[in-house]
Ligand binder design. Sequence first.
Ligand SMILES: Nc1ncnc2c1ncn2[C@@H]1O[C@H](COP(=O)(O)OP(=O)(O)OP(=O)(O)O)[C@@H](O)[C@H]1O
Ligand SMILES: [Mg+2]
Length: 317
Amino acid sequence: MAKVVCRAEHISKTFGSFRALDDVSIEMEEGQIYGLLGSNGAGKSTLTRIMSGLLSQDSGGVYYYDFRLEENYRELKKLFSVVPQEASFYQGFSVRANIEFFGIMYGMKGKALGERVEHLLDWLALRKFENRAANELSGGYKRLLNIACSLVNDPAIIFMDEPTVGLDPAIRKLLWEKVKELKHQNKTICLTTHYLDEAQALCDYIGVLVNGRLIVKGEPMDLIKKYGGYRILVMKVDLPLAEEDTNAIKNTFEGSQTTVMGNTIVISFHQEHSLENISLLTQWLMDRGYSVTSSIVREPELEDVFLNVTGDRIRGE
Ligand SMILES: Nc1ncnc2c1ncn2[C@@H]1O[C@H](COP(=O)(O)OP(=O)(O)OP(=O)(O)O)[C@@H](O)[C@H]1O
Ligand SMILES: [Mg+2]
């Protein structure tokens, strides 16, 4: 069993009379990318801020390796870092000076600091801008600088709050690669995101926050199996289907929604046994003298899980 490095237990938080978090518990394991999903205002940043000690909870506790954060903040702070949603560097400083400055704040100096700064400038593609003032960077590179500043002390646990919002596809891809590299270095990452394709591509585990409550958690494939809904088959054959064949198909897959139009068959299968059913149907059609000219299966995705459990489509920015 992987080691639990960080856990939040029964966290609640209100702002005035508004309950932003309601009894939320999560556990992050070593080397895991934990995806925290939720619509705008669901409580993702609030939870991230509480887990990193930037905000205090009303009740519940945050623990790193079984040590409670509030009571051991100075020691535990060295273990984790936060890449906040908004720019957190010094606008007037150069890119290099910003990374150095954050290193100094973390108590780094001399050769170790110098080597780390050089490494991050290359690793996050910031070398060509090293002497530019931070406020002259484009939005995408500002995000990369934010990340460089947060990683300067090489933390074991990294919270990234919507790191890819507003990035162009190339920088987003670069960042995905970097997140995967961090995972391969056995870092633990808590990634907050609106993008379900991103969560599906990167995350080992997902928690879905809705109105301050964690309503679903699990591994992406398990969630898709459980909450993803249907696997949709669109199959075309060479001839229009005879009425008796259409009826036979509808009767055979009684529990599934089946539509036949001319030579096209569309069936929403429940996921269980759906692949066997698709192969049975293909064989049966061939036995009846049809040739299958195309067959497309739309697999359920995290997007479907999100829609089904929240009744809402996730909203960006
Ligand atoms: N300091 C604060 N004072 C009052 N309300 C707050 C404060 N911080 C957050 N909230 C409220 O708590 C709720 C959760 O906010 P939070 O920033 O955690 O959401 P989020 O899931 O990160 O949203 P987004 O996707 O927009 O970043 C929101 O309704 C927000 O307005
Ligand atoms: Mg947020």
